[in-house]
Write a new protein. Structure first.
Ligand SMILES: CC(C)(COP(=O)(O)OP(=O)(O)OC[C@H]1O[C@@H](n2cnc3c(N)ncnc32)[C@H](O)[C@@H]1OP(=O)(O)O)[C@@H](O)C(=O)NCCC(=O)NCCSC(=O)C[C@H](O)C(=O)O
Ligand code: MG
Length: 287
């Protein structure tokens, strides 16, 4: 399984900012998010698209977003704005271009041909995209996937449910595809941005499924999300004990240790080391 160079960078909280909102673009420079999606697509009205592109281009060339990953979501190439958006940001100092509504690898080919160097990320948000998730994840230029659960819910005719039952197959298809190809994958947004309990539950579900983090629409969602997707103190403490116990077992010529009544084998020790590396990467971030 190829592992992207980006794999250890934290992507717990990935905040959308509408590209036309100058105040929000400025505010984000001080927010404790791991990544920002500067949006030119659905968060920008048609008559604002050209202004938003120019504003974002200026802001990204002048402003310092520190360690936060900078991802620009462009409009689709089937719209009036997509080609100009891509041309504007193809040479920009950003971490990725996020392509909306990717349905097949050909959608990424079309953008890759216009963007020689910047990594591509894919919005996974259409029924066709779900069925082609494995082929999309295998695209050589793809580094990350973002679940677009609003568009997907619309196309599926699904209702919102706190347990996300109507979404689970889609979420898991994309997770399988992303993990098989060593991609970053972040969960969809939680629309009710004043409902902390609902957000927490959805974060915990996404984290338990294996997502690297969650996309957000409002600063009020950051703290809960960062906490949910970071290893807890208890996770770190257990990981250390598992590694110590496994190393001791190996020294005694054993392949299995037991910690808190559960076996620890090579694979569990590997997971424990990943937890420690993740905790370290988050601690180093200190935004
Ligand atoms: C939802 C909002 C419209 C709410 O905006 P507003 O009423 O201005 O919120 P507040 O007054 O509570 O804002 C408080 C301060 O926070 C700043 N702010 C607000 N939102 C953001 C943000 N996203 N990033 C940075 N800063 C933000 C305000 O400027 C206030 O600052 P201050 O002046 O200092 O007090 C709004 O939050 C919003 O527009 N959110 C983003 C919506 C969006 O991006 N939607 C598109 C992405 S979702 C999607 O498309 C997913 C996918 O494609 C799918 O299909 O699922
Ligand atoms: Mg969408």
């Amino acid at each position: 399984m190829p592992i992207s160079d980006d794999r250890m960078r934290p992507y717990r909280s990935v905040l959308y900012i509408p590209g036309a909102r100058e105040r929000a673009l400025e505010k984000a420079r001080g927010l404790p998010v791991d990544a920002i999606i500067f949006d030119l697509e659905d968060a920008v009205a048609a008559d604002e698209k050209t202004n938003a592109r120019a504003l974002l281009s200026r802001v990204l060339s002048e402003a310092d977003y520190g360690p936060r990953a900078r991802i620009v979501r462009v409009n689709g190439l089937d719209t009036d704005w997509g080609a100009d958006d891509i041309a504007e940001f193809a040479g920009a100092a950003i971490d990725a271009i996020l392509v909306p509504k990717v349905g097949a690898p050909a959608d990424l080919d079309a953008v890759a041909g216009r963007v020689p160097d910047v990594p591509l990320w894919a919005m996974m948000e259409t029924p066709g995209g779900m069925l082609n998730a494995a082929a999309i994840a295998a695209h050589p230029r793809l580094a990350g996937m973002v679940m677009g659960t609003n568009d997907l819910g619309k196309d599926l005719g699904a209702r919102f449910r706190p347990d996300r039952l109507p979404m689970l197959t889609s979420l898991q298809l994309c997770l399988l595809a992303a993990k098989a190809h060593g991609l970053i994958i972040v969960d969809g947004v939680y629309n009710a941005f004043k409902d902390d309990e609902g957000l927490k539950a959805e974060c915990e579900q996404g984290r338990d499924m294996g997502f690297d983090g969650k996309t957000l629409i409002h600063p009020a969602q950051i703290e809960i999300t960062n906490a949910a997707f970071a290893p807890s103190d208890a996770d770190v403490e257990l990981a250390r004990r598992q590694i110590d116990a496994f190393e001791a077992a190996k020294r005694d010529g054993q392949g299995v240790a037991v910690v808190d009544g559960k076996i620890v084998e090579n694979l569990h020790a590997a997971t424990a080391r990943q937890i420690l590396a993740r905790a370290e990467a988050i601690a180093e971030r200190a935004i």
